[in-house]
Design a protein around this ligand. Structure first.
Ligand code: RIB
Length: 305
């Protein structure tokens, strides 16, 4: 099956502990549990798009270790095309050290490993996948130069290009904005990109206006339980979040992005795609872990508010 959604991004093994709260600097805390689950923003978005109905291909790199094989298998079980998930010799697979606290917030440290080897040359070797895609998605857990290359190439090919700027610590290269159709930051990422505080619908609207002025076509600022703010140069609209009891927010943003992309690839209008992504993300926070928490199309279709 030809992949309609192609993701260029990271694969991480998530080493997840639950603890009553996040540790302070220099502190040792007793955790309540430990699990190892497949994650990585790129792979999570690929799994979300696949479970939510899209045909998906992943372009990324893993190390030559057991985690790499486990991550590849986790994607293949979902029917994701992994022809472009490349093994890197003498390298470890990316890992994420995650602490989730009793209020469902998390703190994450990532070590790139294989993700650092996703170069423009690697992506270029799979240009046929990009050429056949309808939607191309990038995040920022692979080298910045590669992300810039993919955004530009996707734009040249006339694809719908989505950038989830995560993680990010400052402004993006100015030329990127013209290559992006949908920029999807969360509150802290919108703040990092614009220098504006973002913690409400109104402040998200102000940040979106600044990002639109930089040249991006459309912005969706995800605001957790406050919903999402969608903005174009012509208008902006707030989409309230479905109400759920959150137990773990890990990969909620990834689930939104993957679900939104799957719905767009299915020909849905963007407002419907946003609501679809929001329901998927809301369901994901009711379950633990990254990829294990991502709902299926049936879960979303049978969701009752
Ligand atoms: O967005 C959640 C993801 O961030 C985790 O799965 C972890 O791997 C980090 O990349």
């Amino acid at each position: 099956m030809q992949a309609k959604v192609v993701i260029v991004g990271s694969l991480n093994m998530d080493l997840v502990t639950r603890a009553p709260r996040l540790p302070r600097a220099g502190e040792t805390l007793a955790g309540q549990s430990f699990v190892t689950v497949p994650g990585g923003k790129g792979a999570n978005q690929a799994v979300a798009a696949a479970r939510l109905g899209a045909s998906v291909a992943m372009i990324g790199c893993v190390g030559d270790d057991a985690y790499g094989e486990q991550l590849r298998s986790a994607l293949m079980v979902e029917g994701i095309d992994c022809e472009a998930v490349t093994n890197v010799a003498n390298e470890s697979t990316g890992v994420a050290l995650i602490v989730v606290d009793d209020s469902s917030q998390n703190a994450i440290v990532i070590v790139a490993g294989g993700n650092g080897h996703v170069t423009s040359e690697v992506v270029d070797g799979f240009d046929a996948l990009l050429s056949r895609a309808e939607v191309i998605i990038c995040q920022l857990e692979v080298p910045m130069a590669t992300v810039g290359y993919v955004l530009k190439r996707g734009h040249e090919l006339g694809k719908t290009v989505i950038l989830n700027p995560a993680p990010v610590s400052g402004p993006l290269p100015a030329e990127w904005y013209a290559w992006v159709d949908y920029l999807i930051p969360n509150e802290s990422e919108a703040t990092a990109l614009t220098g504006l505080p973002v913690d409400s619908v109104a402040t998200a609207d102000a940040a979106a206006t600044a990002l639109l002025a930089s040249g991006v076509s459309k912005v969706i600022v995800t605001l957790g339980e406050q919903g999402a703010l969608f903005a174009t140069r012509a208008h902006s609209q707030h989409f309230p979040a479905p109400k759920v009891k959150a137990i773990d927010t890990t990969a909620a943003g990834d689930t939104f992005v993957g679900g939104f992309a799957a719905a767009l690839a299915d020909g849905k209008p963007e407002s419907e795609a946003i609501r679809f992504g929001q329901i998927a993300a809301a369901l994901s926070v009711t379950r633990s872990g990254a990829q294990p928490s991502i709902p299926t199309l049936n879960d979303v279709q049978s969701y009752q508010p």
